[in-house]
Design a protein around this ligand. Sequence first.
Ligand SMILES: *[C@@H]1O[C@H](CO)[C@@H](O)[C@H](O)[C@H]1NC(C)=O
Ligand SMILES: *[C@@H]1O[C@H](CO)[C@@H](O)[C@H](O)[C@H]1NC(C)=O
Ligand SMILES: *[C@@H]1O[C@H](CO)[C@@H](O)[C@H](O)[C@H]1NC(C)=O
Ligand SMILES: *[C@@H]1O[C@H](CO)[C@@H](O)[C@H](O)[C@H]1NC(C)=O
Ligand SMILES: *[C@@H]1O[C@H](CO)[C@@H](O)[C@H](O)[C@H]1NC(C)=O
Ligand SMILES: *[C@@H]1O[C@H](CO)[C@@H](O)[C@H](O)[C@H]1NC(C)=O
Ligand SMILES: *[C@@H]1O[C@H](CO)[C@@H](O)[C@H](O)[C@H]1NC(C)=O
Ligand SMILES: *[C@@H]1O[C@H](CO)[C@@H](O)[C@H](O)[C@H]1NC(C)=O
Length: 440
Amino acid sequence: MAPPSLQFLLSSSLLVLLLASLSNAKHSFRPKALVLPISKDASTLQYLTRINQRTPLVSVTVVVDLGGQSLWVDCDQGYNSSTYYPARCHSSQCSLANSLGCSECYSAPKPGCNNNTCGVIIDNTVTRTATTGQLGSDVISIQSTDGSTPGRVVTVSKFLFACAPTSLLEGLASGAKGMSGLGRTRISLPSQFASAFSFNKTFAICLSSSTSSNGVLFFGSGPYKFLQNVDASTNLIYTKLYINPVSTASAYSSGDASAEYFIGVNSINVSGNAVPLNKSLLSINSSDGYGGTKISTVNPYTVMETSIYKAVTKAFIKAAVARNITRVGAVSPFGVCFSSQNVGSTRVGPAVPTIDLVLESENVYWRIFGANSMVQVGNNVLCLGFMDGGSNPRTSIVIGGYQLEDNLLQFNLANSKLGFSSSLLFRQTTCANFNFTSSA
Ligand SMILES: *[C@@H]1O[C@H](CO)[C@@H](O)[C@H](O)[C@H]1NC(C)=O
Ligand SMILES: *[C@@H]1O[C@H](CO)[C@@H](O)[C@H](O)[C@H]1NC(C)=O
Ligand SMILES: *[C@@H]1O[C@H](CO)[C@@H](O)[C@H](O)[C@H]1NC(C)=O
Ligand SMILES: *[C@@H]1O[C@H](CO)[C@@H](O)[C@H](O)[C@H]1NC(C)=O
Ligand SMILES: *[C@@H]1O[C@H](CO)[C@@H](O)[C@H](O)[C@H]1NC(C)=O
Ligand SMILES: *[C@@H]1O[C@H](CO)[C@@H](O)[C@H](O)[C@H]1NC(C)=O
Ligand SMILES: *[C@@H]1O[C@H](CO)[C@@H](O)[C@H](O)[C@H]1NC(C)=O
Ligand SMILES: *[C@@H]1O[C@H](CO)[C@@H](O)[C@H](O)[C@H]1NC(C)=O
C-alpha cells in the first residue's frame, strides 16, 4: 500500500497528525478496514476469534457475541501487562461505557482490582450470567486489510474493555478467556475501532460452516473479497435495523436499550406460501421489549416462539412431503427430521423447501436454502435446524449462527441498515475463502 503523499498530510488540518506520527512512524498509516479470523468450536458450536492485547502482546481467544456490549476478559488469571490502565471514576471513558458508578477493591491492586475505578455490567450471554467488573484499557493490535488480504498490523493504545472474574468463563468454549461484543454500544469493538481510525461505523461478519477453516470479521466498509474474486460487499440486500428500547441483557439499568440487532420480519413463507402467524409476536412491544426478531451468534440455531415454530415446521413438513421427502423420528436437539434418501443436492445444499423471512415488503426477503436450514445428524438423516423457544420468550425469533453461515452480513450503524448477501455458495465461494495469507 502506498504511503499517503506528504502534500496531503501537510494540508492544515492534518498537520497535527503528521507531528504525532513523526514520533512513531508506524502510526502514520491509517487503515481503511481491519480484519479478524472467526473459527467455529466443534463441541460448543460457539464462534471464536483471537485478539492480540497487552504488553507484551498475548493472543486472547474470545467468543464472538454479535449483540454483546463490550469486550470482556478474565483478568484474574495471567493478566500481566505494562500498558493496562484502570478507567478513573467519572472519566469520559466511564461515561462512554455507560458505567454504573465507582468501585473500590480490597485486595492487592491488579487489573480488575483498583480503587477509584468505574464498574460496568459484564454479561456472559451464553449462560445468561451477569456480574459487575472494572473498566480498563490496554493495547490492542489488529491486522488492517485492503479487503483482499490482511495487511499491516495497527495498534489502538487505549482500547476499553471490562475485567471479569475467572468464574464468568463458565459455559464458554475451552480456551476462551472472554467475549467480544459487537453490539450497539459506544464501547463495542466496531465503535472503538471506527473511532480510533476514523472509518465508517460499519462491520461485516461472515461465519464459516466448517470447524476447520476460518470465517472472517471485517471492521470498516468493503470491499470484502473472497477467493474466486467475489466482492461480497456488492449485491447486498438491505433492510432496516431496529432498536429494542428495553435491554435484552441478563442484567441492566432501567431505561437501557438493547445492544442487540433486530430486524423487521413481517411474515414467513415456506416454498413461496405465507405461513399463518400471530403478527403481534413479530413486532417489538416498546413497553416491555418482548417480541421481534434478532440476530445472534450465541445461539447455534434459530429459535422461534412455539406458535411460530409450530406453524413454520408444519408448513415445511407439508412442503417436504409433497416433494416425496420422508419424515423420520426426531433427533435431539431438533424436532423435525427427514430421511436424506429422496433429497437431491444443489449448490446451496440439500434440495428442500425454501424458507423466506419476508422483511419490509414482499420483494425484500431473506431466503434460507438447504445449506442453512438442514443439519446432517447421521448418514441418512437431515434435521431442520430450528428450535422451539417456548411460549413466552423474550424475543419471538432469534436467527442463530447456523442460519448465518456462508452468508455475509454487513451492519451499518450510522444508517441503521443491515446488508445481507444470501448464500455465498451461489457465487461459488464461502466465508472460509478470505485469503488470510498476509501481504505485509
Ligand atoms: C509480568 O511481566 C513482567 C515483565 O514482562 C515480568 O517481569 C513479571 O515477572 C511478570 N509477572 C507475572 C506474575 O507473570
Ligand atoms: C483501596 O483503598 C482502601 C482504603 O483506602 C485500601 O484499604 C485498599 O488497599 C485499596 N485498594 C487498592 C487495590 O489499592
Ligand atoms: C462511509 O459511508 C458513507 C455513507 O454510507 C459512504 O458514502 C462512504 O463511501 C463510506 N466511506 C468509505 C470509506 O467507505
Ligand atoms: C410470500 O407469500 C405471499 C402469499 O402467498 C406471496 O404474495 C409473496 O409473493 C411471497 N413472497 C415470497 C418472497 O415468496
Ligand atoms: C398473539 O400474541 C400476542 C402477544 O403474545 C397475544 O397476546 C395474543 O393472545 C396472541 N393472539 C392469538 C390469536 O393467539
Ligand atoms: C406490551 O407490553 C405491556 C406491558 O407488559 C402490555 O401491557 C401490553 O399489553 C403489551 N402490548 C401488546 C400489543 O402486546
Ligand atoms: C417417492 O419415494 C418412494 C420411496 O422412497 C419411491 O419409491 C418413489 O419412487 C418416489 N416417488 C416419486 C414420485 O419420486
Ligand atoms: C493470498 O494472498 C497472498 C499474499 O497477497 C498471495 O501471495 C496468494 O497468492 C493469495 N492466495 C490466493 C489463493 O489467491
